[in-house]
Design a protein around this ligand. Sequence first.
Ligand code: OOG
Ligand code: NI
Length: 464
Amino acid sequence: MPAHDFVSPDSIRAQFSAAMSLMYKQEVPLYGKLLALVSEINQQVMAEQPEVAQALRWTGELERLGHERHGAIRVGTAEELATIARLFAVMGMQPVGYYDLSSAGVPVHSTAFRAVHEQSLHVSPFRVFTSLLRLELIDNLQLREMAKDILAKRQIFTPRVLHLIEQRERDGGLNTADAQTFVQEALHTFRWHRDATVTAEQYQQLHDQHRLLADVVAFKGPHINHLTPRTLDIDAIQLGMPAKGITPKAVVEGPPPRRHPILLRQTSFKALQEKVVFCGQHGSEGSHTARFGEIEQRGAALTPKGRQLYDKLLDRTRVALGGAPAEANAAQYMAMLTDTFAAFPDDLVQMREQGLAYFRYFATEKGLAARGEQGRPTTLQGLIDADHVHFEALVYEDFLPVSAAGIFQSNLGDDARAEYGSNANRAAFEAALGLQVQDELALYAQSERRSLQACAQALNLISL
Ligand code: OOG
Ligand code: NI
């Protein structure tokens, strides 16, 4: 089949993201309520702060805002992870970054599958935070073996989706009808299954070892555990949730409120209790809490220097607090966070001058009009000073390990914190994945470079 008959991976991802959102709205009605609240607040922010809307217009984020979301799944085996990578590849999603959650007491390590080029992100920024269970960290050998056996017996992909993945790998793409079938078949992997693959007794054993173990091992597939819209004002959402009958977690993860947001701020609402039917003679019923809602606010992607500063300030706050924040010290934590982060400039010009964040550059009308003029500025700084070039922060597309741990914990319950020491093992993760994860910092640097090149070209300059 000629390549021009293939549907672009970006378009398949956009279709999949929309289908997933529809499915999650049906499965978790509170998610629908949350979407309504987020869109209400986003409209309000844009009406009240035209400069925010203007910045989003420059970067093209305004158009992607409505379909912005991420989800998360947890898989049980290396084979599942490797196949999920092939499934995501059909939609142009590649593994970016390595996250070790063992140091936070959760026996998984993770990556984010996402589009990597700004043009693709513009079509659909949908990402999936994907964690792999680490049975090697479970010290109860008997339970470890039991989990392994149960996982070895399940197949989380439909035969049709496996066939379409192979077809796309062989032919290089999918036509319209096959892409539609792919989206519908792929959805099955992410659905909620009420019927467990274990008996009530086995469920209890898994659960007592670690709630995450029960969530990954006891079901037919890696149900999507949350879907997260993007808000322009997460503090307004955090405050607004209770009035809508939604209970938020104690603190917003990530940096404190700022005029110019950096990285990622996140909050979530508590998991639902869902009915489960266990295996065994009587098909006894029970319940499981796994699926929740989350909201995020995204800001500037930081350079290695900026990220170091962020990590240092976050760490300093937690040390001063004496550990991870919880219900009891939430207000104290947020106040301390704001104090500590006074050391991080809240000003785009300073952030740029100090090399703390990545940026996107745009030729202005004035710059374009002056293209043929003698003596116009030709250096980046000169062009910026003369208003021939405008810059905006490049949005952060990834996740944060400390925040992710907070999200896991708020959903699993504080009693689910175990001690695994610090056990990062990126090589083992990549071996399971069958691929290397990409370096997110290199991706931001490339994106920034491309915007400078486009600017130079638009202004008839050799380079910038
Ligand atoms: C994933 C938690 C991490 C985020 O946004 O940081 C996450 C999980 O609970 O499976 O989604
Ligand atoms: Ni999340």
